[in-house]
Design a protein around this ligand. Structure first.
Ligand code: URA
Length: 433
C-alpha cells in the first residue's frame, strides 16, 4: 500500500477501505507517514468527505491507537460531550445530576482552546481540586461517589492528538467526518456505554448553521452506534453565550448557583444542562425522554444534584467550604463596560465575546499558555434585551490591567444594536435519538 494512492483515491472522491484507513492511521501515528502526506490526505477529506463506513473505520482506528478504558465493572456508565462554546458549563451541572440519578459518570474532559472553555480548567479553579487521578483512583471514586472527572490521559487516542495538531495548522479542522471521528475516537476510548452529545451551532460554535450541526450530530451518532454505544444528541444554539458568567472560576460559581436552584433570566444553561442529564438517564435506564427529563428536574430541584456536586468536589480534593460559602478567588482588576448606544441587542457574535474573555486571560491562544483562572466576563443583559446608552452591559475581570482596553473593544465589537425588537434564536433546535 502507498500513501500517495490513498491521497489520489480520496482526491477523486472514491471511498477508502477499512484496511487503507488503518494503514494511514497506523503509519501516521508511528511516524512512517510524514506530515505533508497526512496534510494532503486531510485536505482531500475536507473537500471530498467520507461515507459512514469510512468515518466509522477512521474513528475505530484512532480509538485503538492508544488506551481504551475498561469501565465494564461499573453500572450504567454514561458520558456527555459538547462540541464547545462560550459560557458552556453544562458538564458541571449535568454530570452531578446524572450521578445523583444512579449513573456512573467516569468522565475525561479537555482544556479550553481558543475562544471556547474546557471543564478541566474550570474544575482547577476550585482550590485543591485534582484533575489527574491514577486509573485505580479514578475507577474507585466512580464506584464510591458515582462521578469522577479527570483530564485526558496522555495515551488516549494519540493518533487524534497528532492529527488534530496538524489539522489546526493546515486549515483542515472544519470537516464533518474529521471532527466526528476526532471527538468519537476519544469518547469511545473513554469507555462509557451511553453517550449524549450537545452539538452547537451559531456564531460561537464550530458549525455555523443548524444544518451542519445536525450533519455532525448524525455522523457522531452513527460512529458511536457502529461501536455498540447508546447515543443521543441535542442540536443547541451558540448564537449567544449559554450562561451570563464566562471564565473559569466565574463559570464554577455560576454552576453552583444553578445547582442551588437559580435560573439566570434569558440564558439557556439550566434548560440545556437538565435536558442533557434527562437524555443520559433515559438512555442508561431505559426511560422515555420525558421520564428522563422529569427525573433530572426532580434531582436538580430537590438539591440532590448539589449534594452530589459537593461530594464529588470533596472526593477529588477540592475545598467544599469555598463552594458552600462562595469564597472563590477574585481577579484584582475589574472594569464595567457601558453601552455605547440605546436599542435592542439584536445579535451577539459569541465567538468575539469568548475571544474578549481570552484577551482578559481566561483562555489559551496556544496549548502551552496557562490561563488566568479568575479572568472573565459577567454579562448584565440577556439575549435581545433592550438597553439604554450608558447602561452597564458587562463587568470585565483580569489579573493584568493592560489587557482591559483590547478586551473591551473586542467585547463591544461583538454586539449589534437595533431599533427593532428581535427574538432570540431557538435554544434546543432538535433532539436526535
Ligand atoms: N474537538 C475535537 O476534539 N476534535 C475536533 O476535530 C474538533 C473539536
Amino acid at each position: 500500500m502507498r500513501m500517495t494512492d490513498l491521497i489520489h483515491k480520496k482526491k477523486h472522491g472514491l471511498a477508502l477501505t477499512a484496511e487503507e484507513i488503518a494503514y494511514f492511521v497506523r503509519g501516521y501515528t508511528n511516524g512512517e507517514i510524514p506530515d505533508y502526506q497526512a496534510s494532503a490526505f486531510c485536505m482531500a477529506v475536507c473537500l471530498r468527505g467520507m461515507n459512514r463506513e469510512e468515518c466509522a473505520a477512521l474513528t475505530e482506528q484512532m480509538m485503538r491507537s492508544g488506551d481504551v478504558v475498561d469501565l465494564s465493572g461499573l453500572p450504567h456508565t454514561a458520558d456527555k460531550h459538547s462540541t464547545g462554546g462560550v459560557g458552556d458549563l453544562t458538564s458541571l451541572v449535568t454530570a452531578p445530576i446524572a450521578a445523583a440519578g444512579g449513573l456512573s459518570v467516569a468522565k475525561m474532559s479537555g482544556r479550553g482552546l481558543g475562544h471556547t472553555g474546557g471543564t478541566v480548567d474550570k474544575l482547577e479553579s476550585i482550590p485543591g481540586f485534582r484533575t489527574a487521578l491514577t486509573e485505580t483512583e479514578f475507577i474507585d471514586q466512580v464506584k464510591r461517589v458515582g462521578i469522577a472527572v479527570v483530564g485526558q490521559t496522555a495515551n488516549l487516542a494519540p493518533a487524534d492528538k497528532k492529527l488534530y495538531a496538524l489539522r489546526d495548522v493546515t486549515d483542515t479542522v472544519d470537516s464533518i467526518p474529521l471532527i466526528a471521528s476526532s471527538i468519537m475516537s476519544k469518547k469511545l476510548a473513554a469507555g462509557a456505554e451511553s453517550i449524549v452529545l450537545d452539538v452547537k451551532y451559531g456564531s460561537g460554535a464550530f458549525m455555523k448553521t443548524p444544518e451542519d450541526a445536525e450533519k455532525l450530530a448524525e455522523a457522531m451518532i452513527s460512529a458511536g452506534r457502529a461501536h455498540g454505544r447508546k447515543m443521543a444528541a441535542l442540536v443547541t444554539s451558540m448564537e449567544f453565550p449559554l450562561a451570563p458568567q464566562i471564565g473559569n472560576t466565574l463559570e464554577v460559581e455560576e454552576a453552583v448557583r444553578i445547582l442551588k436552584g437559580e435560573d439566570p433570566r434569558g440564558y439557556g444553561i439550566r434548560t440545556v444542562a437538565a435536558r442533557l442529564a434527562g437524555e443520559m438517564l433515559s438512555l442508561s435506564l431505559d426511560l422515555t425522554p420525558e421520564e428522563g427529563l422529569a427525573r433530572a428536574e426532580d434531582i436538580l430541584r430537590s438539591g440532590r444534584a448539589y449534594e452530589k456536586f459537593r461530594e464529588w468536589i470533596g472526593a477529588q480534593g477540592g475545598d467544599v467550604s469555598v463552594v458552600d460559602e462562595n469564597r472563590f478567588p477574585r481577579a484584582p482588576y475589574a472594569r464595567t463596560v457601558a453601552s455605547p448606544a440605546s436599542g435592542w441587542v439584536s445579535r451577539t457574535d459569541t465567538e468575539s465575546v469568548g475571544m474578549a474573555a481570552c484577551l482578559l486571560g481566561a483562555g489559551r491562544m496556544t496549548k502551552e499558555d496557562t490561563p488566568d483562572l479568575t479572568a472573565g466576563i459577567v454579562l448584565r443583559f440577556a439575549p435581545c434585551d433592550r438597553v439604554e446608552k450608558g447602561q452597564p452591559l458587562a463587568d470585565l475581570y483580569t489579573s493584568d490591567p493592560a489587557k482591559l482596553d483590547a478586551a473591551e473593544r473586542t467585547f463591544l465589537s461583538a454586539l449589534t444594536f437595533s431599533d427593532e425588537n428581535a427574538e432570540p434564536a431557538p435554544l434546543i433546535l432538535k433532539t436526535l435519538r
